[in-house]
Ligand binder design. Structure first.
Ligand code: SF4
Length: 360
C-alpha cells in the first residue's frame, strides 16, 4: 500500500480523506466500473483510506474480463480458420477459452498478430491482399469509434480482405442491470472516465433518476478518484441521487457526438452476453447490414466449441462486485498473473490482477 504519499497533491488528498472520515455513513458500497480506475485505486491504496462504513468494490469495467467464454471461443475459432491473419490487442492473447487460448493457437501455427490500433489491421490487409485479416473487436464505447473508423477506412480504400469479429459492448445497459440486481446492492457509482468522454454524463441520468443511484464521473489520478468518492459520499449523506462530473477537463454532459455518429453509422445495438452478468438486452454492438461485408460473423462459418467455464474461477461474482478477488479459493495460489485461470487475472486492468499486484 502506497497510501497518501503517492498522491500528486498530498495536501488536497489529506483534506479529502479527512472530509470522508467526518461523514457519518453506514453500509455504503461504491463501485468503480473502469479498469483504469481499478488499477489506480489499487496502486494508490485508496481502499485503505476509506472510513468504516464505506466499501469500494470493482464492477464490470475491464472489457477483456467481461467478454464471455463463448466469445473468446469465437475468437479462437476465427484463428483456426485456414489461411487467415487474426489481429488483436495483446491483452486477449492469454484469456482462457473453453479449451485453448489465442496464444496456444499461435504456438499451434495460427497466424495471430498483436496490433495497437484497428487501423494497423487495415494496413495489414492492405499489405496482404491474398490473405483475409480478421480484427477481434473487444471493448466499450472508448474503443468502438476507432473500430468503426477502421471499417470506414477499409471501405473507402475498397479493401475487401478485412473484417471485424465484434464483441463490442456498451456500458449503460450493464450498469442498469447491475443496480437492478438486489444481490449487488450498490450505493453509488464511480462512473468510467474514458467511456463518459464519448457517451456524456447525461447517459447516466436514468440511473440517478429512476434507480436513485448517485453517479460521479472521475478522472484517473488518485486525487481525482478521491474527489469523486467525496462527491458520492456527500450525495448519499444528503439523500440525493444526481449525476456529477469530477472530470470536467474531459467530460461534458453530451459527450462526443461525432464519435457516437461514427459508431451509429457502422454498428447496431444487439443483445449481448457478459461474463458474470449474463445476457443483457441492447448491451452489445454488431456490424449493421450496410457494412455486412466487413462482418466476420457473416463472411465466415466459425466453428465454436461447447462452452466450458474455467473450473473454480469466480470471475463472474468478482465482476458483479459480489465478492472481492481474494475470496476466490484460487486467488494467489492456483491463479496468479503468471498462470491465470480466469480473465480477471489475465488483464492488467482486471480486479484480480490489480489486487494481486498491489496487495491492496
Ligand atoms: Fe478467476 Fe483467478 Fe480471479 Fe479466481 S482469482 S476469480 S480464478 S481470475
Amino acid at each position: 500500500m502506497n497510501g497518501l504519499a503517492s498522491f500528486r497533491d498530498g495536501k488536497t488528498a489529506q483534506q479529502l480523506a479527512a472530509h470522508l472520515r467526518s461523514l457519518r455513513l453506514e453500509n455504503v458500497r461504491l463501485m468503480e466500473v473502469c479498469g483504469t480506475h481499478t488499477v489506480s485505486i489499487a496502486r494508490a491504496g485508496i481502499r485503505q483510506l476509506m472510513p468504516e462504513g464505506i466499501t469500494l468494490t470493482s464492477g464490470p469495467g475491464c472489457p477483456v474480463c467481461v467478454t464471455a467464454t463463448a466469445d473468446i471461443d469465437r475468437c479462437i475459432g476465427a484463428a483456426r480458420l485456414p489461411g487467415v491473419i487474426v489481429a488483436t490487442f495483446g491483452d486477449l492473447l492469454r484469456v482462457p477459452g473453453s479449451s485453448s487460448t489465442l496464444r496456444a493457437e499461435m504456438t499451434a501455427g495460427a497466424d495471430v498478430r498483436v496490433v495497437y490500433s484497428p487501423l494497423d489491421a487495415v494496413a495489414m490487409a492492405r499489405e496482404n491482399p491474398d490473405r483475409q485479416v480478421i480484427f477481434l473487436g473487444v471493448g466499450f464505447e472508448t474503443t468502438t469509434p476507432t473500430v468503426a473508423g477502421a471499417i470506414l477506412q477499409a471501405e473507402a480504400e475498397r479493401i475487401r480482405n478485412f473484417s471485424v469479429l465484434s464483441s463490442h459492448k456498451v456500458m449503460p445497459p450493464a450498469l442498469t442491470a447491475l443496480v437492478d440486481d438486489p444481490q449487488v446492492a450498490v450505493s453509488g457509482l464511480i462512473c468510467p472516465g474514458h467511456v463518459s468522454i464519448v457517451i456524456g454524463a447525461d447517459a447516466y441520468l436514468p440511473l440517478a433518476e429512476r434507480y436513485r443511484i448517485p453517479c460521479v464521473i472521475t478522472g484517473f489520478e488518485p486525487v481525482d478518484i478521491l474527489q469523486g468518492i467525496v462527491m458520492l459520499a456527500r450525495q448519499i449523506e444528503q439523500g440525493e441521487a444526481r449525476v456529477e462530473i469530477a472530470y470536467q477537463r474531459a467530460v461534458t454532459r453530451q459527450g462526443n457526438a461525432r464519435a457516437r455518429e461514427v459508431m451509429a453509422q457502422v454498428f447496431q445495438t444487439v443483445d449481448a452476453r457478459w461474463r458474470g452478468l449474463g445476457e443483457i438486452a441492447d448491451s452489445g454492438l454488431a456490424i449493421n447490414d450496410r457494412y455486412a461485408d466487413f462482418d466476420t460473423d457473416r463472411r465466415f462459418a466459425i466453428t465454436v466449441e461447447p462452452t466450458r467455464e474455467p473450473a473454480g474461477c469466480r470471475c463472474g461474482a468478482v465482476l458483479k462486485g459480489i465478492i472481492s478477488p481474494e475470496v476466490c479459493k484460487l486467488f494467489g495460489s492456483a491463479c496468479t498473473p503468471e498462470r491465470p485461470v480466469g480473465p480477471c487475472m489475465v488483464s492488467s486492468e482486471g480486479a484480480c490482477a490489480a489486487r494481486y499486484r498491489y496487495q491492496d
